[in-house]
Design a protein around this ligand. Structure first.
Ligand SMILES: Cc1cc2nc3c(=O)[nH]c(=O)nc-3n(C[C@H](O)[C@H](O)[C@H](O)COP(=O)(O)OP(=O)(O)OC[C@H]3O[C@@H](n4cnc5c(N)ncnc54)[C@H](O)[C@@H]3O)c2cc1C
Length: 348
């Protein structure tokens, strides 16, 4: 295992801010993961697991311990009880796997086309978009348990998936290194066309869209919002949506609706679990003085997406955090709703 020192991390992320890793290594096998874990443990170094770097804000001071980049590759495909199972190495690029599944005419992840990052990153925040989330198709996750150094398989129930949440980013945060994810897809299945933008895209089509049509549509819609990494588009220098859609209790929702009504506005909302309501974070941000294209020095809001904080070039992590806090403060003052950040903050 090759361990490098003082490796800059910003080029390994989509937001492109932050300092260096004191130590850095890449794991291509389970044995490498084991060795990296022992290296960190024996030197008492904090360990950070890096996937594709698309959901991160790295502190300007970097990471004081070991950064372990996950490079475990390989895709195995098999059929079981009419379903197609894909066992995918955590280091595989997510969108390449989606392309492969769609090309094999397997349904279940087509709406998740174009999301950057690695396969191993998808269970962490139960990645979702356009009416689908990985919790619907993940059968199990193979992990290296840092508590006892054992490799074990977690079934989907043990992963505790809810909206943008799993055990990996809550109760067991920092405990597991994801090695492989098994997805159960439906051969010959029909695409999920439930999300408004997708329905609009296909309105007027006389034939039923295929999985390939759906993948192409999702990628096109994402590109129009700078939610697809497109070389040369500076609105892509982001960590995707910076805030989660708030999930409100009935009382909180009544309060918010009242505040909106006083301004003659209606807030878009959707039913969530246990009689809660999920409301649009983008709506709240835009109506708190931060419209698309807003700039403050070297950071700003994407010109194409109200929820993406973008690095307009050479920004620091401190500037990104200041903008995040400014937005959170204004939204809470005006609407009484605390906004929760979606990316992972590393080294703060
Ligand atoms: C333009 C853009 C669009 C996006 N659109 C969406 C979207 O539509 N929906 C959505 O849900 N997200 C979206 N994201 C966020 C991001 O792409 C996803 O969260 C992605 O799954 C992160 O994966 P990653 O490999 O890049 O993880 P990283 O950013 O490298 O890491 C994120 C977290 O996962 C952990 N992690 C990563 N790999 C492993 C592993 N193998 N084992 C253990 N922990 C691991 C890291 O330690 C960290 O805590 C978007 C981001 C961008 C930049």
């Amino acid at each position: 295992m090759l361990v490098q020192e003082n490796v800059p991390l910003s080029p390994l992320t989509t937001l492109k801010v932050g300092g260096a890793a004191r130590f850095f290594t890449e794991a291509k096998s389970v044995a490498d993961v084991d060795e990296a874990a022992s290296f960190a443990k024996s030197r008492n170094l904090p360990l950070f697991v890096l996937g594709g770097g698309s959901n991160l804000v790295i502190a300007d001071s970097g990471w004081p311990g070991l950064v372990l980049k996950i490079g475990l590759l390989g895709v195995e495909e098999r059929t079981e009880e009419g379903k197609t199972l894909f066992e995918v190495g955590a280091g595989e690029e997510w969108d390449r796997f989606v392309a492969r599944a769609v090309a094999a005419n397997c349904a279940g992840v087509e709406c998740l086309s174009g999301i950057p990052g690695s396969v191993g990153g998808t269970p962490v925040q139960n990645v979702g978009a356009y009416g689908q989330e990985v919790a619907e198709t993940i059968q199990s996750v193979l992990v290296f348990d840092l508590e006892d150094g054992q490799v074990r398989e977690l079934c989907a129930d043990a992963c505790g998936f809810t909206y943008r949440t799993s055990v990996f980013n809550t109760t067991a945060r920092g405990r597991y290194i994801i090695l492989r994810v098994t997805y159960t897809l439906t051969p010959g299945g029909t695409p999920r066309i439930q999300y408004t933008d997708l329905k609009k895209h296909f309105a007027g089509w006389e034939v039923t869209p295929t999985l390939t049509d759906t993948r192409e549509a999702v990628r096109r819609i994402r590109a129009s919002k700078a939610m697809l990494i497109t070389p040369g588009d500076e609105d892509c220098r982001s960590a995707g949506s910076f805030f989660k859609n708030p999930v409100l209790t009935p009382d909180q929702y009544v309060d918010l609706k009242g505040r909106a009504a006083l301004k003659g506005l209606v807030i878009p909302s959707y039913p969530a679990l246990e009689s809660q309501r999920k409301v649009s974070a983008a709506w709240l941000v835009e109506r708190s003085g931060f419209s698309k294209g807003y700039s403050s020095g070297r950071v700003g809001i994407s010109r194409k997406h109200a929820l993406a904080i973008v690095n307009r070039g050479e920004a620091t992590a401190a500037e990104v955090v200041a903008m995040k806090e400014h937005i959170q403060q204004r939204v809470e003052e005006i609407w009484g709703v605390p906004l929760q950040a979606e990316p992972v903050f590393v080294g703060f």
